[in-house]
Design a protein around this ligand. Structure first.
Ligand code: DSN
Length: 443
């Protein structure tokens, strides 16, 4: 019996999601399309097994095969990122980052990371996150040109003597200054951690500088540019082991039993191993480089058409549109209008955002998933034209001041945009265009 017969409701919903993807373009920078092989491992019987502990040291019997799978994932992670130690068990990025804190910090210590509205990640000490409640959190910012303010990083580090400094973000379009911040971290004796969740695939492909020579620890998710299942990795570098020879052991203990996780998700570990195996193939280097070429071309196309971008361009897989020339808090209009036209993006804060994270003033647009579908620079020209046309259509919508007004206004906005002939035309153009670029595991 298959799912179609045993649970037709869920089956139909999965089919509907497949159709949504076929009809549109996934351009959320943190998403991708996994291969059939990754999905086969993820959907395997490995999900049934308990295996708390690590290879050769488990709390459950019957883990002979699981040990071999986990060891394979570890070896591939070490090879892919050029590091001597890897833990492949974190359920995802935030639990991985939390384990790093547990391994090297005590509650009450000072930590430092990139401010969330400036593109930083919530788990790097943002005010609503537990990391700002159990640690003293200090945030650094980007300058008006969109680059990390290294002078501020140094001043804050010298003043606050953090135990740990993060470099990594969710909405940063420039190459991360790993080398420059490592000097500051060394000067104040801090652990320096790169969170490369967004750029992991680019690092493996050689399309972004590797943090390995400069940091002590690297964390990443596995489902963004790395194109694996949802999951996380924590790695210790040679530099990290020099600072503390026990660092790998401390990370392992922090992930389990010290942290927020129980049994490893073995189906996920196997799928991560498959994704890493794919990322070690020569064609992945081409893929990673094409992601960046596409992103740069998209940035050019948008700016030529009058769309303002944070930092006026990009070095990586994403661009961040700044919608403030027509008023604050307007990310939601472009996100929803593009959604209706068949392009999936997400509203996002911009540096020094005059609005809030729920009604931010920007939108992130990324090329990892459409590059997986085989799109190249020529297609970016078309896509930038569609995006610019939609951005033009929403120019006159302004975010009202109160919560009640916003709800009513957004309802009206959605119905007007849904019935807009231009949007309908773009939607049908995109759906026709997408047929030439099959999605692995769907078409
Ligand atoms: N939610 C992820 C992203 O979209 O960048 C970060 O955790």
């Amino acid at each position: 019996m298959n799912l179609e017969q045993t649970d037709p409701k869920i089956y139909e919903l999965i089919e509907a999601e497949k159709q949504r993807r076929r009809d549109g373009l996934e351009m959320i920078p943190s998403e991708n399309h996994t291969s059939p092989s990754v999905l086969e491992a993820l959907g395997s019987i490995l999900t049934d097994k308990y295996s708390e502990g690590y290879p050769g040291k488990r709390y459950y019997g019957g883990n002979q095969v699981i040990d071999r799978i986990e060891n394979l994932a570890i070896e591939r992670a070490k090879q892919a990122f050029g590091v001597p130690f890897a833990n492949v068990q974190p359920y995802s990025g935030s639990p991985a980052n939390f384990a790093v804190y547990l391994a090297v910090c005590n509650f009450g210590d000072t930590i430092m990371g990139q401010n969330l509205p400036d593109g930083g990640h919530i788990s790097h000490g943002w005010k609503v996150n537990i990391t700002s409640k159990i640690f003293k959190s200090v945030s650094y910012h980007v300058k008006s040109d969109g680059y990390i303010d290294l002078e501020e990083v140094r001043n804050l580090a010298v003043e606050n003597k953090p135990k740990l400094i993060w470099c990594g973000a969710t909405a940063y379009v420039r190459e991360f200054p790993f080398e420059e911040i490592s000097k500051i971290a060394d000067e104040v004796g801090a652990y320096f951690v790169a969170d490369i969740a967004h750029i992991a695939g680019l690092v493996i492909a050689g399309a972004h500088k590797s943090p390995a020579p400069f940091v002590h620890i690297i964390t990443t998710t596995t489902h963004k540019t790395l194109r694996g299942p949802r999951g996380g990795l924590i790695m210790v570098t040679e530099k990290g082991l020099k600072k503390d020879a026990e660092l790998g052991e401390k990370i392992n203990k922090a992930v389990f039993p010290g942290g927020v996780q129980g049994g490893p998700h073995n189906h996920q570990t196997a799928a991560i191993a498959v994704a890493l195996g794919e990322a070690l193939k020569p064609e992945f280097k081409e893929y990673g480089k094409q992601i960046v070429k596409n992103s740069k071309k998209l940035a050019e196309g948008l700016m030529e058409r009058g769309v303002k971008l944070v930092s006026n361009g990009t070095d990586n897989h994403m661009v961040v549109v700044d919608l403030t020339p027509d008023g604050p808090g307007r990310g939601v209009f472009l996100q929803d209008a593009l959604d209706m036209a068949g392009i999936t993006v997400n509203k996002n804060t911009i540096p020094a955002d005059p609005s809030t994270p729920f009604y931010p003033s920007g939108v992130r647009i990324g090329t990892p998933a459409i590059t997986t579908r085989g799109m190249k620079e020529k297609e970016m020209e078309l896509i930038s034209d569609w995006i610019a046309r939609v951005a033009d259509l929403i120019k006159n919508y302004k975010l009202p001041g109160t919560k009640e007004e916003r709800i009513e206004y957004l309802k009206r906005f959605k119905s007007e945009i849904e019935n807009n002939d231009q949007i309908k035309k773009i939607k049908s153009e995109i759906s026709e265009f997408g047929k030439n670029f099959p999605i692995p595991a769907i078409n």
